[in-house]
Ligand binder design. Structure first.
Ligand SMILES: [Zn+2]
Ligand SMILES: [Zn+2]
Length: 569
């Protein structure tokens, strides 16, 4: 098995355990292991010792080893025998989650979404802990649910896309090839992959692709197009002559709404657009091919619009006015403000993380381990935190290349108080405040809880502000617009967490934050050295939200960043 399949299996184990109502700690062991495999730069099956990965202990290591060598781990066999597999689908409903699904199964004999959708009213409301309101929400979600497939996370989709692209590009008959579709637009999750290529001999290339070693199944195979299944993903390859590459790439990059808006605008200006080229309306000339996207936009009297913006969200109007944003790039990032070490639940040491950050060319790095009440993550009691501050200061003296600072990812407790006293927070260089517990307290209480943290003078940013885990957990209920207003009023930042299954804040909120002049921090939340490279995924979402480097705290050069720290909130 490849990493992405291993991740999926570990997630399934965690979900089944939660349905079974196993202890929080056992479940966490598997979700954390899944996160580490997902963040690992190397294929697990090529690793000698998987316990090198963060959060992978002896038990999970054996399971991962089994999966990597294509054996079904015993724990999975046992869980699958006991729990109806259709319950996993129930856990994907908003407001349901695995523990609720388990109760629906045990107490009401519900085993799938259909059963739930057809359930008599009042039965669920009668259970302990549920009310009329939550029953209504859950039944509505079940009725609306159409069993959509799990979508690929950005790292899996990118790795697969790049692998296939490399194959196409390395063929001697390929002149150009690019990834298109939602992956090129860097959507947070990706359904199918699209690759477009240019070649004078289209058939040779389609044949080669259909016979490639990575193909699991050929779904369709014509002279200019091949559709295959590869590693569980649907992949389309389309090929045109080089002179028509620009329009083809543009057409299959989408998004659909952007393409439609662009087509309608072109018609007003007397031009028809198709995937083959452009044509003046009212003439009987053929569609004129266009070799590059730059030329395509130029012929429409527009500057080039970056793929991340192509959603018909104002980008065409901005392009007309010459007002497209100057989007942030990975190379604009000067530091990472939220990484963990082995003081709490990270795998790296202060030194190993510092050296990894130096290798990325960073000017500063802030260690933010967990706070005392998060015992599952080995959170730091005040005395250990003080020892760590000393250790960071010593390490900072050792490295000239980088400024090392000591912060904390402090838990926002259920009532909005922070997990350390204010005088201890004042000793820290930086404070990220995050919610890790009590997700289900309702919108009003959750919003008030986080607003209280935002108003603490030491809190610089709110970590993963909505708590969602893509494909696994809906965001908790919270009024993000109110958080944004409060952040603006207190000069507090909001985090865009780069972990591929978080990407939290989500793009529409980041854009709303920018419009309210709230700055963001783009952090990797790295728990080991390799995860520092997840920054590119956070940046890709910031680009989709029209963010320029001026909107990001950790794009400040060191001197300005230190000034920002000194100035306080
Ligand atoms: Zn966190
Ligand atoms: Zn963290």
């Amino acid at each position: 098995m490849q990493n992405r399949e291993i991740v999926r299996a570990l997630e399934t184990i965690a979900t089944l355990m939660e349905i079974k109502d196993e202890s929080y700690y056992r479940v966490l062991g598997y979700t954390r292991a899944a996160e580490s495999v997902a963040a690992s730069g190397r294929e697990v099956r090529d690793m000698e010792d998987v316990t090198e990965l963060a959060h992978v202990g002896k038990t999970t290591a054996e399971v991962i080893r089994d999966l990597a060598e294509d054996r079904t781990p015993q724990v999975l066999t046992e869980l699958s025998e006991e729990i109806p597999s259709s319950l996993v689908e129930v856990t994907r409903l908003p407001n349901v989650g695995p523990r609720t699904a388990g109760r629906l199964w045990r107490e009401l004999d519900i085993t799938n979404v259909e059963d739930l959708a057809g359930m008599e009213e009042g039965r669920l409301a009668a259970l302990k802990g549920f009310g009329k309101k939550s029953e209504e929400r859950i039944l509505r979600a079940a009725k609306m649910y159409n069993s959509t497939e799990r979508r690929m996370l950005l790292d899996e989709a990118s790795a697969l896309g790049e692998h296939l692209l490399e194959f196409v590009r390395s063929h001697p008959d390929t002149e150009r090839a690019e990834i298109a579709g939602s992956l090129r637009r860097r959507k947070e999750t990706v359904g199918d992959l699209d690759i477009v290529a240019a070649s004078v001999d289209q058939k040779v290339l389609t044949d080669a692709f259909a016979e490639a070693p990575f193909v699991d199944e050929v779904v369709a195979h014509g002279p200019t197009k091949v559709s295959i299944v590869c590693g569980g993903a649907d992949v389309d390859l389309r090929i045109v002559p080089p002179e028509a590459f620009g329009t083809l790439l543009h057409h299959f990059t989408g998004g659909q709404a952007h393409n439609i808006a662009l087509r309608e605008r072109a018609v007003k200006n007397g031009i028809n657009i198709s995937e083959y080229g452009l044509k003046r309306i009212g003439t009987d000339e053929d569609y004129q091919p266009v070799p590059t996207e730059e030329e395509f936009y130029a012929r429409l009297d527009l500057p080039y619009i970056p793929p991340e913006l192509r959603e018909d969200a104002g980008e065409i109007q901005a392009a007309e006015k010459g007002a497209l944003p100057n989007l942030v790039e990975v190379s604009d990032v000067r530091g990472d403000l939220h990484v963990h070490t082995n003081y709490s639940d990270g795998k790296g040491t202060i030194e190993s993380m510092a050296e990894a950050a130096i290798a990325l060319g960073y000017e500063y790095l802030i260690f933010c381990d967990h706070s005392q009440s998060l015992k599952v993550a080995n959170g730091l009691a005040p005395d250990r935190l003080r020892k760590k501050m000393d250790a960071v200061r010593k390490a900072d003296d050792k490295y000239d290349e980088i400024r090392l600072l000591c912060g904390s990812e402090v838990d926002i407790l259920k009532d909005g108080a922070l997990d350390y006293e204010d005088d201890l927070l004042a000793e820290l260089d930086f404070v990220v405040a995050s919610v890790h517990t009590s997700f289900g307290i309702g919108e009003e209480a959750m919003t008030g809880r986080i607003i209280r943290a935002i108003n603490n003078p030491h809190v610089r940013t709110i970590g993963h502000p909505t708590g969602r885990i893509l494909n696994r957990r809906e965001p908790y209920e919270v009024d993000v617009s109110r958080l944004i207003k409060e952040a603006a009023a207190t000069n507090t930042a909001l985090e865009l967490n780069s972990y591929v299954d978080r990407l939290d804040l989500a793009v529409p909120y980041v854009r709303e934050a920018m419009n309210a002049s709230v700055r963001i921090t783009i952090d990797t939340d790295a728990h080991d050295e390799t995860a520092l490279s997840l920054m590119k995924f956070g940046i890709s979402q910031a680009r989709r939200a029209w963010v320029e480097k001026e909107g990001i705290i950790n794009c400040l050069p060191l001197a300005e960043f230190e000034e920002y720290l000194r100035a306080g909130k």
